[in-house]
Design a protein around this ligand. Structure first.
Ligand code: FBP
Length: 296
């Protein structure tokens, strides 16, 4: 909440967040059970020029309908649509309906990411009031960050959900890392950092190709996830409003750190709804080390 928000505004934002989280949790089993027949490319591309799967479109339509119907939600935006949809008045909700949908064909983990902003889109990182992700792994779980702490839930097939862990914290001793992008496209500061990480005997590679799966490993075991700046794509691959801000907010609320290479992801500002950013999240000391390489 901002310093100028009145008690009524604070309460209505909190109620909107409760409702958004509930809708996403209850939609998760439906999204999951809708996947088997939708492992095929849809006709269009998303605004970032990537091929959409039928499952991306299905999850986006379902979440737009359900979240857009909530009192207290003013705007719905998704990675799968060019422009935001005006759905009433209240918070702005940004969704990546199926993060890592290229994992559908090999049947590997995927996620749904949601960010709630108190302000118009594109929002600033510090406008974020809550973020959550669903992880479709062997079981369906959901991590929700709000007011500086993260709660993990298990979502059952009947769409009920229970708390698994309150106040999720990154372990102090990191053990895993996962870095995206083709290695020949890594730039020198990141290459040097990655070489040190790879030769550290306390760390091992765990990369699954869906950010939510990879970030959840970092939350569970401690470590670092990166989709770095690349020589052929200086802003990397991931999108700030839909992926960078929410994942940065979640990892910071769990006691970790986030960065675009120079500053917290929450302090990165871009004026395009679909802007990209390099993403580095994990234990504070690893992010500090990473940032020191880009400062040299
Ligand atoms: P989508 O949102 O289009 O699924 O792309 C995001 C993503 O799948 C992330 O979840 C993941 O970290 C990254 O792309 C993987 O990219 P790559 O295939 O280059 O490793």
């Amino acid at each position: 909440m901002t310093d100028t928000d009145t008690t009524d505004q604070v309460e209505s934002i909190a109620a909107a967040i409760d409702a958004v989280v509930d809708v996403v949790a209850r939609a998760a089993p439906e999204i999951r059970s809708g996947l088997p027949g939708r492992r095929v490319a849809a006709e269009g591309q998303n605004p970032s020029g990537e091929t959409q799967m039928a499952a991306d479109v299905f999850a986006d339509d379902l979440l737009c309908e359900r979240l857009g119907a909530l009192d207290g939600v003013g705007t719905y935006a998704s990675e799968e649509r060019e422009t935001a949809v005006d759905v009433g008045s209240g918070v702005s909700v940004c969704v990546d309906p199926l993060d890592g949908s290229s994992n559908l064909e090999p049947n590997a983990a995927m996620g749904t990411i949601v960010a709630v902003y108190d302000g118009p889109l594109p929002a600033a990182g510090r406008d974020i009031r809550a973020a959550a992700y669903v992880l479709y792994g062997p079981i369906t779980t959901m991590a929700v960050a709000r007011e500086g702490s993260v709660t993990e839930y298990v979502i059952h097939e009947d769409a009920d959900y229970d708390v698994l862990t309150e106040d999720v914290r990154l372990p102090d001793d990191p053990t895993v890392y996962g870095f995206g992008g083709r290695v020949p496209h890594w730039v020198e500061p990141f290459e040097a950092f990655a070489a040190d990480v790879e030769s550290d005997p306390s760390l091992k590679l765990r990369y699954g190709g869906a950010m939510i799966g990879d970030v959840n490993q970092v939350l569970t075991y401690g470590g670092i996830f990166a989709y770095p700046t690349l020589s052929n794509a200086p802003e990397g691959k991931l999108r700030l409003q839909f992926e960078g801000y929410p994942v940065g907010y979640i990892v910071e609320a769990a006691g970790g750190a986030s960065s675009n290479g120079r500053r917290s992801l929450l302090d990165v500002e871009k004026d395009d709804l679909h802007a990209r950013t390099p993403v580095y999240v994990g234990n504070q000391e690893l992010i500090d080390d990473l940032e020191s390489r880009f400062a040299e």
